[in-house]
Design a protein around this ligand. Sequence first.
Ligand code: FES
Ligand SMILES: [Fe+2]
Length: 348
Amino acid sequence: MMEPTLFLKNLWYFALPGSELKSGKLVQRKILGEPIVFGRDASGKPFALRDNCPHRGVPLSEGTFDGETIQCCYHGWRFDCAGACREIPALADAKLNLSKIRAFAYPCREMHGTVWVYIPENKLNGHGGPAALPDLLIPEDETFLHVDRFLIEGDIDQATIGLIDPAHVNFVHRSWFWRSQKSAKLKEKEFEPFDLGFRMKRHRPSENTKGYSILRGRISTEISFQLPGHRFEHIQVGEKDSVVSITLLTPVDETTTELNHFVYSSLPWIKYLWWPLVRLGRAFICQDVKVFRKLKKGLESHPKVMLVGDPDAQARWYFELKKQWKLAQDTQTDFVNPLSPATLRWVT
Ligand code: FES
Ligand SMILES: [Fe+2]
């Protein structure tokens, strides 16, 4: 029997907001337990290298970066932004082919103000992953605003099922600005398989969700979830405007997950509401972070847990998708989305 796996490989993960990657600076991150150093090359393009010097493993991020090469702080080996070794100061033998010595370079891309890194299963076999970058649903030259970053004390599975779980909303997010009490209603939502996940078909948001009511006029929303842990919400406002909210989960390691939230809006007046909205968004996610802390305490004793009925269907789908992705990687076959269209009903 196949062991369930926690981390999916051969996928793109969100790494950091582009605005945090200043030219000439190195930024260290741990993603899926792998130490990675990020920077920008001379042309401004982001790069990502394994943050261990190939010589003796010291983090390259502890070294110095002149905008073109990184020099390790220990014996001064120098690497270019593609990870190739360029110089070994103490080496007298000029015949050694240095470029064979490499720090692993992860594929790295920047889109709409977000930087992504591809984590391969096998670092020796080249990258060649078929996985495409996710579609971030905003116009070509637009940029997202980074709303917030949170550390969740839970693994990627707990964080993800918390993100796509409709039943906690009335209990965890029961606050004046989002839901009024006793407003629970029966909801019926249509879902379909989509790309590496599923989406809730475009619909008018429910009337008991006050968060949407600042967007006056005809609005509709489409929410999708994609492996490895990305939630995209596209809100159409009238004929030509849109608000896009994306929530990206990146596993730091087996026990911690980073959540990043970005928003884009074509509505100019949103700018004036930016700070109040950020504060609301933060309060909302803080409620999740707090409940995750309680969950962590509960899970310390390894209780048996369950997924029950329609409210937990999306969590079950997530595990099915994961299993299928892993199987496709192990057998080197194309990923086939295992889900079918479904209507889910719940009371929130
Ligand atoms: S450990 Fe980096 S140069 Fe020796
Ligand atoms: Fe939540």
